[in-house]
Design a protein around this ligand. Structure first.
Ligand SMILES: Nc1ncnc2c1ncn2[C@@H]1O[C@H](COP(=O)(O)OP(=O)(O)OP(=O)(O)O)[C@@H](O)[C@H]1O
Length: 373
């Protein structure tokens, strides 16, 4: 799969830009703050309907404009599709496929699949459990877009259950009134949670050998990269959704009085952790900066392998990563990504792009893109 054309209107620093692209490697090169990352962020947005840098859409719209438009022509196995997303902060976003509106933007998820490597990835290793949960859930959605619905259902149920717990905690009605309604929400949360949890457990099992292999290739002299999925309640060793739902429900029952006191849901996939280890030690708090980078790269490379096995090459995007790596890791990462159908790289100076990845180049200055022959 590759992006053949990107066109932006009022996205970040770009009033208008047209960017024809080809398969193979394309480097976007230019000084800091001139708009390189904005371009690849737009491509990432087409794939995920989110940004790797910000949690809300508002910063994506050019200052002073009311909405942004991102259009991408995507070629997959000789078929070309035009995906258009209109970003309307504070209102519903809209999407068009081949110029026809679709009922919900979610309907065009999956048209473009990307794997994006960025300096922010270090947070997957060094940051809060939420960063690792997001890695898993984003990958689930990238592999099967229907998971966007599963995730949204779980978040909606969780929000409603938390609101009920908060109001019960506030009013002191922790025994009689709140309880029958809470039983209903326990059951909703357990069912929605089991869908998400089961899928995460299957994903973790699929990632395990891929991450280990990628890590040992990137950092051969360091310990083995391993991880465990730590659930917020005791689980039987299964991914059967019915059994998981029953386990979650039992877990909720066990912490109910604590939940009623604190006014929050204490059991469920939103409290789980993907505990990363390097050899016998936890990666978080123990791994060196270089080891953390290798771990983050290994997670992304494993995601790339899985997506590629599902439905062919996703587009690889490397935002400013080579400047962060030592010579050895640069060369190893370049070897991994070079065979991909399309690789997009941002770099402040051409020397930051490894020679193995020589290809097309755009110079980016003051939010204009000029093709360099
Ligand atoms: N919503 C917006 N409206 C207008 N300008 C914006 C908006 N969001 C970001 N910018 C501008 O875009 C520029 C940053 O662009 P970008 O992050 O693409 O830089 P970059 O070329 O990747 O830089 P670096 O090499 O430092 O990572 C900044 O000057 C910022 O002020």
């Amino acid at each position: 799969m590759h992006v053949a054309h990107l066109s932006l209107t009022d996205f970040r620093s770009y009033a208008e830009v047209e960017l024809p692209l080809e398969p193979g490697v394309t480097a976007l090169v230019g000084p800091n703050g001139h708009g390189k990352t904005n371009l690849i962020e737009a491509i990432g947005y087409v794939a995920t309907h989110g940004s790797h840098r910000v949690a809300s859409d508002a910063p994506l719209v050019r200052h002073g404009a009311a909405r942004a438009i991102v259009r991408a022509a995507i070629v997959h196995e000789d078929r070309r599709a035009l995906v258009e997303l209109e970003i309307n902060p504070g209102r519903a976003n809209r999407a068009r496929l081949n110029r026809s509106p679709v009922p919900r933007p979610r309907d065009v998820l999956g048209m473009l699949r990307t794997v994006l490597f960025a300096p922010e990835d270090l947070a997957m290793v060094k940051g809060d459990p939420a960063e690792r949960r997001r890695f898993l859930d984003d990958l689930l959605v990238a592999r099967a877009p229907r998971f966007a619905g599963v995730r949204a259902d779980y978040e909606r149920v969780l929000k409603q259950r938390n609101a009920l717990l908060r109001s019960a905690a506030k009013s002191g009605r922790t025994r009689a009134g709140a309880l029958p309604t809470l039983d209903v929400w326990d059951s909703h949360l357990s069912r929605a949670g089991a869908e998400l949890l089961g899928a995460r457990l299957e994903l973790v099992a699929a990632l395990r050998p891929l991450v280990a292999t990628a890590y040992s290739a990137l950092a051969p002299s360091s310990g083995a990269a391993e991880f465990d999925y730590k659930c917020s309640t005791e689980l039987p060793d299964t991914t059967d959704r019915e059994v998981l739902a029953a386990a979650l429900q039992a877990g909720l029952a066990a912490v109910r009085s604590n939940e009623l006191e604190r006014g929050i849901t204490l059991v469920g996939p939103h409290r789980d952790e993907l505990a990363l280890r390097l050899g016998p030690l936890p990666a978080r708090g123990y791994a060196s900066h270089g080891e953390s980078w290798s771990y983050a790269l290994a997670l992304r490379l494993a995601a790339y392998e899985l997506l590629r096995a599902d439905a062919g090459d996703p587009v690889l995007i490397l935002d400013d990563v080579f400047a962060e790596l030592d010579t050895q890791r640069r060369a190893r990462l370049a070897d991994f990504v070079a065979p991909a159908e399309q690789v997009l790289i941002t770099a402040a100076v051409p020397e930051d792009v490894p020679p193995r990845l020589a290809g097309a180049r755009y110079d980016i200055t003051e939010a204009t893109a000029t093709r360099t022959p």
